[in-house]
Design a binder for this molecule. Structure first.
Ligand SMILES: NC(=O)c1ccc[n+]([C@@H]2O[C@H](COP(=O)([O-])OP(=O)(O)OC[C@H]3O[C@@H](n4cnc5c(N)ncnc54)[C@H](O)[C@@H]3O)[C@@H](O)[C@H]2O)c1
Length: 263
Protein backbone atom coordinates (compact mmCIF):
# COMPACT_ATOMS: atom_id res chain seq x y z
CA UNK A 1 0.00 0.00 0.00
CA UNK A 2 1.36 3.41 -0.91
CA UNK A 3 1.45 6.00 1.86
CA UNK A 4 1.13 8.92 -0.54
CA UNK A 5 -2.20 7.56 -1.75
CA UNK A 6 -3.53 6.92 1.74
CA UNK A 7 -5.80 8.61 4.23
CA UNK A 8 -4.53 8.19 7.79
CA UNK A 9 -6.51 8.63 11.01
CA UNK A 10 -4.31 9.00 14.09
CA UNK A 11 -5.59 9.09 17.67
CA UNK A 12 -3.39 10.60 20.37
CA UNK A 13 -2.06 12.84 17.59
CA UNK A 14 -1.40 15.86 19.82
CA UNK A 15 1.67 14.36 21.49
CA UNK A 16 4.43 11.78 21.39
CA UNK A 17 4.10 8.86 19.01
CA UNK A 18 0.75 9.96 17.58
CA UNK A 19 2.11 13.42 16.79
CA UNK A 20 5.26 11.94 15.23
CA UNK A 21 3.12 9.56 13.16
CA UNK A 22 0.85 12.38 11.98
CA UNK A 23 3.78 14.59 11.01
CA UNK A 24 5.66 11.81 9.20
CA UNK A 25 2.68 10.37 7.36
CA UNK A 26 1.69 13.88 6.22
CA UNK A 27 5.24 14.57 5.05
CA UNK A 28 5.18 11.28 3.13
CA UNK A 29 2.09 12.46 1.27
CA UNK A 30 -0.77 10.88 3.21
CA UNK A 31 -3.87 12.89 3.98
CA UNK A 32 -4.03 12.91 7.77
CA UNK A 33 -6.80 13.36 10.31
CA UNK A 34 -5.41 14.18 13.74
CA UNK A 35 -7.56 13.18 16.72
CA UNK A 36 -6.96 13.95 20.39
CA UNK A 37 -8.58 15.63 23.41
CA UNK A 38 -6.02 18.45 23.35
CA UNK A 39 -7.54 21.11 21.07
CA UNK A 40 -4.71 23.60 21.45
CA UNK A 41 -1.99 21.20 20.36
CA UNK A 42 -4.14 19.71 17.61
CA UNK A 43 -4.62 23.20 16.16
CA UNK A 44 -0.94 24.02 16.43
CA UNK A 45 0.29 20.84 14.74
CA UNK A 46 -2.38 20.92 12.02
CA UNK A 47 -1.64 24.58 11.24
CA UNK A 48 2.03 23.71 10.82
CA UNK A 49 1.23 20.80 8.52
CA UNK A 50 -1.14 22.87 6.40
CA UNK A 51 1.42 25.71 6.23
CA UNK A 52 3.88 23.14 4.84
CA UNK A 53 1.22 22.38 2.20
CA UNK A 54 0.42 18.93 3.54
CA UNK A 55 -3.18 17.66 3.72
CA UNK A 56 -4.29 17.66 7.33
CA UNK A 57 -7.39 18.26 9.40
CA UNK A 58 -8.05 17.70 13.08
CA UNK A 59 -10.98 16.63 15.20
CA UNK A 60 -11.20 16.87 18.97
CA UNK A 61 -11.99 13.31 19.93
CA UNK A 62 -12.44 11.35 23.12
CA UNK A 63 -11.60 7.76 22.20
CA UNK A 64 -13.70 6.47 25.10
CA UNK A 65 -16.85 7.91 23.54
CA UNK A 66 -18.67 6.01 20.75
CA UNK A 67 -20.22 9.12 19.18
CA UNK A 68 -17.00 11.09 19.29
CA UNK A 69 -15.05 8.37 17.47
CA UNK A 70 -17.88 7.75 14.97
CA UNK A 71 -17.82 11.49 14.15
CA UNK A 72 -14.05 11.29 13.63
CA UNK A 73 -14.39 8.47 11.10
CA UNK A 74 -17.28 10.32 9.41
CA UNK A 75 -15.00 13.32 8.99
CA UNK A 76 -12.30 11.21 7.34
CA UNK A 77 -14.81 9.91 4.79
CA UNK A 78 -16.41 13.33 4.19
CA UNK A 79 -13.09 15.16 3.90
CA UNK A 80 -10.93 12.64 2.04
CA UNK A 81 -13.29 9.86 0.90
CA UNK A 82 -11.47 6.95 2.55
CA UNK A 83 -9.73 5.51 5.61
CA UNK A 84 -6.58 3.51 4.86
CA UNK A 85 -4.29 3.78 7.88
CA UNK A 86 -5.50 3.90 11.47
CA UNK A 87 -2.90 4.48 14.18
CA UNK A 88 -4.58 4.06 17.59
CA UNK A 89 -2.01 5.80 19.78
CA UNK A 90 -4.14 7.57 22.43
CA UNK A 91 -3.10 6.22 25.81
CA UNK A 92 -2.47 7.11 29.44
CA UNK A 93 -0.60 5.82 32.47
CA UNK A 94 -1.76 5.90 36.10
CA UNK A 95 0.99 3.88 37.79
CA UNK A 96 0.84 2.45 41.28
CA UNK A 97 1.69 -0.78 43.05
CA UNK A 98 -1.38 -2.80 44.07
CA UNK A 99 -0.52 -2.13 47.73
CA UNK A 100 2.40 -0.32 49.37
CA UNK A 101 2.91 -0.80 53.12
CA UNK A 102 4.36 1.96 55.25
CA UNK A 103 8.00 1.17 56.11
CA UNK A 104 7.53 1.94 59.77
CA UNK A 105 4.08 0.64 60.62
CA UNK A 106 3.89 -2.17 58.05
CA UNK A 107 0.30 -1.15 57.31
CA UNK A 108 -0.88 -0.30 53.79
CA UNK A 109 -0.38 3.41 53.16
CA UNK A 110 -1.03 3.49 49.38
CA UNK A 111 -2.81 1.32 46.81
CA UNK A 112 -3.94 1.41 43.19
CA UNK A 113 -7.42 2.91 43.25
CA UNK A 114 -10.31 1.50 41.26
CA UNK A 115 -10.43 4.82 39.44
CA UNK A 116 -6.75 4.52 38.44
CA UNK A 117 -7.48 1.06 37.10
CA UNK A 118 -10.69 2.00 35.29
CA UNK A 119 -9.31 5.17 33.69
CA UNK A 120 -6.48 3.25 32.04
CA UNK A 121 -8.78 0.45 30.88
CA UNK A 122 -11.22 3.02 29.53
CA UNK A 123 -8.69 4.89 27.38
CA UNK A 124 -6.11 2.22 26.51
CA UNK A 125 -8.43 -0.73 26.00
CA UNK A 126 -12.03 0.38 25.43
CA UNK A 127 -10.79 3.45 23.55
CA UNK A 128 -8.70 1.37 21.14
CA UNK A 129 -11.59 -1.09 20.74
CA UNK A 130 -13.97 1.75 19.79
CA UNK A 131 -11.39 3.26 17.43
CA UNK A 132 -10.78 -0.01 15.57
CA UNK A 133 -14.47 -0.87 15.43
CA UNK A 134 -15.61 2.50 14.07
CA UNK A 135 -12.76 2.51 11.55
CA UNK A 136 -13.56 -1.06 10.45
CA UNK A 137 -17.26 -0.20 9.99
CA UNK A 138 -16.39 2.66 7.66
CA UNK A 139 -13.65 0.71 5.86
CA UNK A 140 -16.03 -2.17 5.15
CA UNK A 141 -18.96 0.05 4.16
CA UNK A 142 -16.77 2.18 1.86
CA UNK A 143 -14.57 -0.70 0.67
CA UNK A 144 -11.37 1.00 1.81
CA UNK A 145 -8.19 -1.02 1.60
CA UNK A 146 -6.10 -0.42 4.67
CA UNK A 147 -4.44 -1.37 7.91
CA UNK A 148 -5.32 -0.95 11.59
CA UNK A 149 -2.29 -0.26 13.81
CA UNK A 150 -3.09 -0.32 17.54
CA UNK A 151 -0.22 0.65 19.84
CA UNK A 152 0.51 -1.96 22.50
CA UNK A 153 3.67 -1.82 24.63
CA UNK A 154 6.59 -3.96 25.71
CA UNK A 155 5.14 -3.38 29.19
CA UNK A 156 2.55 -6.03 28.45
CA UNK A 157 4.57 -8.52 30.47
CA UNK A 158 5.86 -8.56 34.00
CA UNK A 159 5.52 -4.86 34.59
CA UNK A 160 5.56 -3.69 38.20
CA UNK A 161 3.34 -0.79 39.18
CA UNK A 162 1.37 -1.11 35.96
CA UNK A 163 -1.24 -3.77 36.63
CA UNK A 164 -3.74 -1.50 34.88
CA UNK A 165 -1.55 -0.45 31.93
CA UNK A 166 0.00 -3.89 31.34
CA UNK A 167 -3.46 -5.51 31.31
CA UNK A 168 -4.56 -3.23 28.48
CA UNK A 169 -1.37 -3.57 26.46
CA UNK A 170 -1.30 -7.38 26.82
CA UNK A 171 -4.86 -7.57 25.52
CA UNK A 172 -4.12 -5.34 22.54
CA UNK A 173 -1.07 -7.38 21.60
CA UNK A 174 -3.44 -10.33 21.04
CA UNK A 175 -5.98 -8.50 18.93
CA UNK A 176 -4.20 -8.61 15.53
CA UNK A 177 -4.36 -12.43 15.51
CA UNK A 178 -8.02 -12.47 16.52
CA UNK A 179 -9.00 -9.77 14.05
CA UNK A 180 -7.02 -11.24 11.16
CA UNK A 181 -8.95 -14.46 11.80
CA UNK A 182 -12.29 -12.69 12.07
CA UNK A 183 -11.73 -10.70 8.88
CA UNK A 184 -10.73 -13.88 7.06
CA UNK A 185 -13.82 -15.70 8.36
CA UNK A 186 -16.05 -12.81 7.23
CA UNK A 187 -14.35 -12.57 3.83
CA UNK A 188 -12.99 -9.10 4.58
CA UNK A 189 -9.81 -9.22 2.52
CA UNK A 190 -8.98 -5.53 2.32
CA UNK A 191 -8.25 -4.79 6.01
CA UNK A 192 -5.05 -5.85 7.76
CA UNK A 193 -4.20 -5.51 11.45
CA UNK A 194 -0.73 -5.19 12.92
CA UNK A 195 0.07 -3.80 16.36
CA UNK A 196 3.31 -2.24 17.52
CA UNK A 197 4.68 -2.90 21.01
CA UNK A 198 7.22 -0.13 21.59
CA UNK A 199 9.82 -0.26 24.32
CA UNK A 200 10.70 2.93 26.15
CA UNK A 201 10.35 5.74 23.65
CA UNK A 202 11.50 9.31 24.23
CA UNK A 203 8.07 10.98 24.34
CA UNK A 204 6.37 13.23 26.95
CA UNK A 205 4.68 10.14 28.49
CA UNK A 206 8.11 8.87 29.45
CA UNK A 207 10.25 11.96 29.89
CA UNK A 208 7.72 13.23 32.48
CA UNK A 209 8.68 10.45 34.90
CA UNK A 210 11.22 10.79 37.72
CA UNK A 211 14.72 11.25 36.14
CA UNK A 212 16.25 8.74 38.55
CA UNK A 213 13.80 6.06 37.44
CA UNK A 214 14.42 7.01 33.81
CA UNK A 215 18.14 6.52 34.33
CA UNK A 216 17.53 3.05 35.76
CA UNK A 217 15.29 2.18 32.81
CA UNK A 218 17.95 3.17 30.29
CA UNK A 219 20.53 1.10 32.19
CA UNK A 220 18.29 -1.94 31.58
CA UNK A 221 17.93 -1.42 27.82
CA UNK A 222 20.35 -3.64 25.90
CA UNK A 223 20.39 -0.97 23.17
CA UNK A 224 21.75 1.47 25.82
CA UNK A 225 19.27 4.22 24.98
CA UNK A 226 15.59 5.00 24.63
CA UNK A 227 13.89 4.15 21.35
CA UNK A 228 13.37 7.22 19.12
CA UNK A 229 9.85 8.07 17.94
CA UNK A 230 11.32 7.94 14.40
CA UNK A 231 12.06 4.23 14.90
CA UNK A 232 8.38 3.62 15.67
CA UNK A 233 7.44 5.63 12.57
CA UNK A 234 9.74 3.46 10.44
CA UNK A 235 7.82 0.46 11.80
CA UNK A 236 4.50 2.05 10.84
CA UNK A 237 5.88 2.57 7.31
CA UNK A 238 7.03 -1.04 7.19
CA UNK A 239 3.58 -2.26 8.22
CA UNK A 240 1.77 -0.05 5.72
CA UNK A 241 4.03 -0.89 2.81
CA UNK A 242 4.42 -4.64 3.43
CA UNK A 243 1.11 -6.37 2.78
CA UNK A 244 2.28 -9.67 4.26
CA UNK A 245 2.40 -8.05 7.71
CA UNK A 246 -1.00 -9.01 9.12
CA UNK A 247 -2.20 -10.57 12.39
CA UNK A 248 0.96 -9.75 14.29
CA UNK A 249 2.43 -7.51 17.00
CA UNK A 250 5.90 -6.15 16.34
CA UNK A 251 8.13 -5.32 19.29
CA UNK A 252 10.42 -2.32 18.81
CA UNK A 253 12.15 -2.07 22.14
CA UNK A 254 15.94 -2.16 21.95
CA UNK A 255 15.71 -5.54 23.64
CA UNK A 256 14.33 -4.55 27.05
CA UNK A 257 12.36 -6.80 29.35
CA UNK A 258 9.96 -4.66 31.46
CA UNK A 259 10.77 -4.01 35.10
CA UNK A 260 8.43 -1.23 36.16
CA UNK A 261 8.24 2.49 36.63
CA UNK A 262 6.28 3.14 39.81
CA UNK A 263 8.13 2.96 43.10
N1 LIG B 1 6.38 6.52 25.23
C1 LIG B 1 6.64 5.25 25.44
O1 LIG B 1 7.72 4.89 25.90
C2 LIG B 1 5.65 4.19 25.06
C3 LIG B 1 6.07 2.86 25.11
C4 LIG B 1 5.17 1.87 24.76
C5 LIG B 1 3.89 2.19 24.37
N2 LIG B 1 3.50 3.49 24.33
C6 LIG B 1 2.13 3.74 23.92
O2 LIG B 1 2.14 4.60 22.81
C7 LIG B 1 0.97 5.41 22.82
C8 LIG B 1 1.38 6.86 22.74
O3 LIG B 1 2.18 7.18 23.85
P1 LIG B 1 2.99 8.54 23.92
O4 LIG B 1 4.27 8.23 24.58
O5 LIG B 1 2.94 9.18 22.61
O6 LIG B 1 2.07 9.33 24.98
P2 LIG B 1 1.73 10.88 25.09
O7 LIG B 1 1.28 11.08 26.48
O8 LIG B 1 2.86 11.71 24.56
O9 LIG B 1 0.48 11.04 24.08
C9 LIG B 1 -0.75 10.41 24.32
C10 LIG B 1 -1.83 11.28 23.72
O10 LIG B 1 -3.09 10.62 23.94
C11 LIG B 1 -4.05 11.62 24.21
N3 LIG B 1 -5.21 11.08 24.91
C12 LIG B 1 -5.29 10.66 26.21
N4 LIG B 1 -6.54 10.27 26.50
C13 LIG B 1 -7.27 10.44 25.36
C14 LIG B 1 -8.63 10.20 25.02
N5 LIG B 1 -9.52 9.73 25.92
N6 LIG B 1 -9.05 10.48 23.76
C15 LIG B 1 -8.18 10.97 22.85
N7 LIG B 1 -6.87 11.22 23.10
C16 LIG B 1 -6.43 10.95 24.36
C17 LIG B 1 -3.31 12.64 25.05
O11 LIG B 1 -3.98 13.89 25.03
C18 LIG B 1 -1.95 12.68 24.36
O12 LIG B 1 -1.90 13.68 23.38
C19 LIG B 1 0.21 5.07 24.11
O13 LIG B 1 -0.79 4.13 23.82
C20 LIG B 1 1.29 4.45 24.97
O14 LIG B 1 0.74 3.57 25.90
C21 LIG B 1 4.35 4.50 24.67
Amino acid sequence: MQINKSVAVITGAASGLGEAAARSLAALGAKVILADMNLEKLQLITDELVAAEYSAVYKVTDVTDDNSVAALMDLAIQEYGAINIVVASAGIIRDSYLVTPDRETGKVKKFMSTEQFRQVVDVNLTGVFITLREAAIKMVNHQCKGVLIPISSINKIGELGQLNYASTKAAIALWPKILAGEFHARNIKHIRVAAIAPGYVATPMLTSINPEILQKIVADIPLDRLVNPEEIIQTIRFIVENEAVHGTTLEVSGGIIGKGLAK
